[in-house]
Design a protein around this ligand. Structure first.
Ligand code: ZN
Length: 346
């Protein structure tokens, strides 16, 4: 018995964890694979194209046919090619809810693989797709993976132009950009001051907080994590964000938007309390002072708790001692959004 017990326990444990993986963590596995296999998936490159093909296969494995919309964009003198992917899941209602995330990344300088920015968002979409297999949501759900966000929101700008005719049915757009790793999960709405909408062929601007607040109300049911609004900053009122990600072109088409982001607005970062310092975890600071909620010495600090767009944005840096935190965040986002689309809330 002494020798059998550990064996039996081990077998049961591994079967259980495999089962949990199959049930819950399709998205997590995809996040690790996307970041590690396509770490340099810069917009308009061959590697970004391969990452897109790979994502199409992941959706296929779940029984979905992704629509691929290939298009060109300008980078200075150069014409580059990228693509958006879209899955549509027909709901009880014709009202369409878009959940979008870019899958490209910044160049992989010194080991960055765009793990949180934004394999985390792209893979959350796969987690949602997995959870919706065999279910009919209330809303007709479009899961959209945008290309070339980091080079100027090209995927989302193209999307609102190419799909202009069908946007009248879209009642909201939820953007996922960098949704793990930061200390807190925030849900933002579009800034009340209009973005420069002419850049997006804007016809109207929507800064409604309705979608954000409906998501926050649902998030109260998530037991593992608390979602919240970021505090007022020098540049933005509480809970409102700027136009640096894929929600902006949608807000400029009159569509209510919400944006989930993992960061920490309470940290005294390089340029103040602006959310660019994502975490107080000491490995992301040269020296972190708990009492100051910031650098021990602002003159000597090199890292500033920043993960995105740095060499620290990789599975190698973030899995390990942060695994429990980021797994919890990842699962919470998938659960929140999978449940959100099932019932009418707007
Ligand atoms: Zn991003």
């Amino acid at each position: 018995m002494r020798s059998l017990q550990p064996f039996t326990f081990g077998l049961l444990f591994s079967l259980t964890s495999l089962n949990v993986y199959a049930q819950k963590n399709v998205g997590w596995e995809a996040m690790v694979d996307l970041a590690s296999q396509f770490s340099n998936r810069v917009g308009g490159t061959e590697e970004e194209a391969k990452a897109a093909q790979w994502l199409v296969k992941q959706y296929q494995a779940l029984g979905y046919q992704a629509q691929v919309d290939e298009f060109q964009f300008q980078l200075g003198e150069k014409t580059l090619t990228t693509r958006n992917l879209e899955i549509e899941i027909t709901g009880q209602s014709d009202d369409v809810l878009i959940i979008g995330a870019h899958y490209d990344a910044v160049p992989s300088r010194e080991g960055s693989s765009g793990f949180t920015d934004n394999a985390s968002g792209a893979a959350t979409l796969l987690g949602i797709a997995h959870n919706l297999v065999g279910k009919q949501p209330y809303y007709t759900v479009r899961l959209v993976s945008f290309g070339a966000e980091e080079m100027g929101l090209h995927g989302s700008i193209h999307y609102v132009n190419a799909k202009a005719a069908s946007l009248t049915k879209v009642i909201g757009m939820i953007n996922l950009d960098t949704v793990i790793g930061g200390d807190n999960l925030y849900i933002h709405s579009a800034h009340t001051v209009p973005y420069a909408c002419d850049r997006y062929n804007g016809i109207d601007f929507n800064s409604s907080k309705t979608l954000r607040d409906a998501l926050l109300a649902d998030a109260a049911n998530i037991k593992t994590i608390k979602y919240g609004l970021h505090p007022k900053t020098v540049d933005y009122p509480e809970g409102e964000t700027g136009e640096w990600s894929d929600h902006a072109p949608f807000a400029c088409q009159g569509i209510p938007t919400a944006y989930i982001e993992a960061t920490n607005f309470t940290l005294h970062g390089k340029d103040g309390y602006d959310g660019y310092s994502q975490t107080a975890e000491s490995k992301f600071w040269t020296c972190y002072d708990k009492t100051k909620l910031g650098a021990c010495d602002r003159k000597d600090e090199k890292k500033w708790g920043q993960i995105w767009h740095t060499q620290y944005d990789s599975q190698a840096q973030m899995i390990g001692e942060l695994k429990e935190k980021i797994t919890t965040q990842f699962d919470a986002n998938v659960e929140l959004l999978s449940n959100y689309v099932l019932k009418k809330s707007l």
